[in-house]
Design a protein around this ligand. Structure first.
Ligand SMILES: Cc1ncc(COP(=O)(O)O)c(C=O)c1O
Length: 424
């Protein structure tokens, strides 16, 4: 392969999607130089349109006060509804199956309250050993909330010795073996540390065959890889909007509840007035009348200011479409992977699967040196204006995001790594 910078620039020039970079405000250093921002898997870059959408809310608040709930450019009472079609398309869901609310871990708790119902022999929650800490804390505390002991009722999947990723056949085998005692399965669509994309359909099908409820943490998957939650039969899912969906730091989260649960009144739920039907919400009656679908799990008045950047960002997703973005993403990440292999050789190990179907945009690189030496390589990258991120113990994650990263960004990352590692 060609490893020169001119080739990277030529690839950028030939791709019509390269123009989208201009609609994002990318971080700069103290001297005003644009950084090579490869951290969209952690916090997505700001769409320029986000500031306009926030300004609209501020203006409506100034001029309309409380009337802004009913009037103005985008009335606040139905603000989230504007997001639903695009969000549903990204999740592979019907609009009633998705809700924009709270934050990821809060949504996880709310949905586990409804869908993790240990009973009889079926008491366990299946997660992965390397689950994102917040998911683990939520899962363990839910097990304890039911008076159970995580030492017995939290089952953990882990990769085979010497491997970094889970194999679908091993996940399915565990579900088949332990199925009768598993109440609920909670796994990530894309694993945060390795970048592995799990097979949502196959694992959900295995879980349902075994009589378990199946939920997914899609923090690193939504807006990154195609999803088909409805067709896969997923019971519930949660995600955040601040990674690939560019909704800003701490942006409200998302939730999916399958249509087969939309009108169930036998599910326990932690209720709040925003989950009540809009038609009767302001009648202030004592009896809770849930909205059908995922919106029934809403609890509180949403922060409209916080929703505004999400709405702006979703306009971009609606305009381009995930299939187009994904095609560019596969090409960009494939290019980055080939450059790493060609220029860095065995100085780094790729933890992410090499099969494009089994990963999203992000690659995780383990540097083959002592932890402190690896950390100074990372610090050296930052000094050179490159922004990947660092995850203990010694993993550098970098995501060339198809909306705003370029082939040249990928080239600059690998060139800087080569310089820091003393590679030719
Ligand atoms: C995979 C995963 N799960 C859960 C979370 C926690 O999200 P929140 O802080 O919005 O609850 C994160 C945050 O980055 C994450 O990456």
């Amino acid at each position: 392969m060609r490893t020169d910078r001119q080739h990277a620039c030529a690839l950028d020039a030939a791709d019509p999607l390269s123009n989208w970079r201009g609609r994002f405000v990318l971080p700069r250093d103290a001297s005003g130089r644009e950084l090579v921002y490869l951290c969209g898997h952690s916090l997505g870059a700001q769409p320029a349109l986000a500031a306009e959408f926030v300004a609209d809310v501020m203006r409506d608040w100034q001029s309309l006060g409380v009337e802004g709930f009913f009037a103005g450019r985008r009335p606040w009472l139905s603000y989230q509804e504007r997001a639903a079609p695009t969000l549903a398309a990204l999740a592979g869901a019907d609009t009633q199956e998705v809700a924009l609310m709270n934050t990821l871990t809060v949504n996880l708790h709310l949905l586990l309250v409804s869908f993790y119902r240990p009973a009889g022999r079926r008491t366990a929650l299946l997660i992965e050993r390397h689950a994102f800490p917040s998911d683990r804390y939520a899962a363990e505390s839910q097990v304890r909330f039911h008076g159970l002991d995580p030492a017995h009722d939290l089952i953990e999947l882990e990769p085979r010795p010497g491997e970094s990723c889970l194999r679908t056949e091993d996940v399915v085998a565990t579900i088949e073996r332990e199925g009768p005692r598993i109440a609920t399965i909670l796994l990530p669509g894309v694993q945060y540390l390795t970048g592995q994309r799990l097979d949502v359909s196959a694992i959900t099908a295995a879980g349902r065959r075994a009589g378990c409820t199946v939920g997914w943490d899609l923090a690193h998957a939504i807006g990154n890889v195609p999803l088909a939650l409805h067709d896969a039969g997923v019971d519930f899912a949660v995600w955040c909007h601040y990674k690939y969906l560019n909704g800003g730091p701490g942006a409200p989260g998302g939730a999916f509840v399958h249509a087969r649960h939309a009108r169930r009144d036998d599910l326990p739920r932690f209720e709040g007035w925003w989950g009540n039907r809009p038609a009767s919400r302001f009648q202030m009656q004592p009896r809770f009348e849930p909205q059908p679908g995922a919106d029934g799990w809403q609890v509180s008045t949403p922060s409209i200011i916080a929703l505004a950047p999400i709405l702006a960002s979703l306009e971009h997703f609606a305009a381009v479409g995930l299939a187009t973005l994904r095609a560019r993403s596969v090409a960009l990440t494939g290019y980055l992977e080939s450059l790493v292999a060609a220029r860095l050789g065995d100085r780094v190990t790729l933890l992410t699967p090499t099969d494009a179907d089994q990963r999203g945009a992000a690659l995780s690189l383990r540097l083959e040196c002592a932890r402190d030496a690896a950390r100074s390589v990372f610090d050296g990258l930052v000094d050179r204006g490159i922004v990947p991120d660092w995850r203990e113990p010694g993993v550098i994650r970098a995501a060339p995001v198809p909306f705003y990263n370029s082939y040249e960004d990928a080239w600059r990352l690998v060139d800087a790594l080569a310089a820091e590692l003393g590679a030719p």
